[in-house]
Design a protein around this ligand. Structure first.
Ligand code: VTB
Ligand code: MG
Ligand code: MG
Length: 337
């Protein structure tokens, strides 16, 4: 790998130079998806908002000097017209990268004008993002600063709560667990409440919810528990790879059809527990832009002077988290042509 020495500074690999520049390029990609979705915010049409975000994200991605392969996307080839798993994106001139994306994570939240809808993307070297089928994943996540094994999918929810409270040095009733409000979680919610811990129920948006555990002092969420989308699990793991934090995920492959699809994607151990590094390794880049305002990011604001967006962009190789509030004066750049 060619090295470039900045004057008096440390050696920087060619790869690292590309990596730095790409991180900022990703901001533009999620900004465009978020603005497109935000124009359809609160209109009750999640399909339209989703499609607008997909179109915008794809348009921007295809301008990047990368040869990208979508490994976590909108669905497999015959189910999604664009940004499907396996699709090649970018201008195909640059380095090979794998991409996980969700142009509008929480499409229902966006359609209903509720908090925490985001446009999100992660990028890494080929082979370093888990190629998960679009099935469910059981998840547990806590923030940075805890030893390995504090939480585990092999432990009961109550056990995870006890261990976390002990490690954090607080009483159990000072712990808050975030869980998707679904009938499938009735037993989980009851088990967590039985420990004395609080439960924050969310209707959608578990990528943002997992990221929330990285800053409990601000978000009030100590632990994320429960079953959500596997693609969202890989995206959340990519974020934690950059921010620190512990997470485990296990694919729910409870039908022959789901196991067949998993096998086709190279998964042979159907009950494997994945840690953060099993889902996102190497030099991971991650970006997310708020569509509707949530705990993590403000949503898109439309004003007389232009459009304002809030984005976080991170790199795992340095652990740098940048918050970029962009004021876009030239709003015409957001239109399709
Ligand atoms: C979760 C949630 C997502 O899908 O992953 C959920 O965080 C899981 O699916 O925002 P169900 O809705 O079937 O429970 C979303 O709601 C949409 O991607
Ligand atoms: Mg989506
Ligand atoms: Mg989603």
């Amino acid at each position: 790998v060619p090295l470039r020495r900045s004057r008096g500074g440390p050696l920087v690999t060619h790869h690292e130079v590309i990596n730095r520049a790409l991180a900022l390029e990703l901001v533009r990609v999620t900004e465009h998806a978020a603005v497109a979705a935000a124009r359809l915010r609160g209109r009750g049409d999640e399909m339209a908002a989703d499609k607008a975000a997909v179109d915008a994200m794809r348009r921007e991605l295809n301008q990047l000097a990368i040869h990208g392969t979508v490994v976590i996307g909108e669905g497999e080839r015959d189910q999604a017209p664009m940004l499907f798993i396996g699709e090649e994106v970018g201008d195909l001139s640059g380095p090979r990268v794998d991409i996980a994306l969700d142009p509008l994570e929480g499409a229902t939240l966006c359609a209903k004008g509720q908090p925490n809808a985001i446009a999100v993307i992660a990028m890494a070297q080929p082979g370093s993002l888990l190629n998960a089928p679009d099935c469910y994943m059981d998840k547990v996540a806590i923030g940075p600063g805890y030893a390995e094994g504090i939480v585990s999918l092999d432990a009961s929810p109550a056990e995870n709560i006890y261990r976390l409270a002990k490690a954090k040095g607080v009483a159990i009733d000072e712990i808050t667990a975030c869980i998707l409000d679904r009938p499938r979680h009735a037993k989980l919610i009851a088990a967590v409440r039985a420990t004395g811990a609080a439960v924050r129920l969310i209707t959608d948006g578990d990528v943002a919810a997992v990221i929330d555990v990285t800053d409990p002092a601000k978000t009030g969420v100590d632990i994320y528990l429960g079953v959500g989308g596997a693609p969202e699990g890989v995206l959340a793991a990519a974020a934690l790879k950059c921010m620190g934090g512990r997470m485990q995920g296990r694919l729910i492959l409870d039908t022959p059809e789901s196991r067949r699809r998993a096998e086709a994607m190279g998964i042979d151990d159907f009950s494997r527990v994945y840690d953060v590094d099993d889902m996102a390794s190497g030099n991971v880049l991650f970006a997310a832009t708020g569509v509707t305002t949530g705990g993590l990011l403000a949503g898109v604001r439309f004003g007389p002077q232009g459009v304002t967006t809030d984005t976080i962009v991170m790199r795992s190789s340095t652990g740098t988290l940048r918050r970029i509030r962009a004021e876009h004066g030239l709003t015409a750049k957001f239109s399709a042509d």
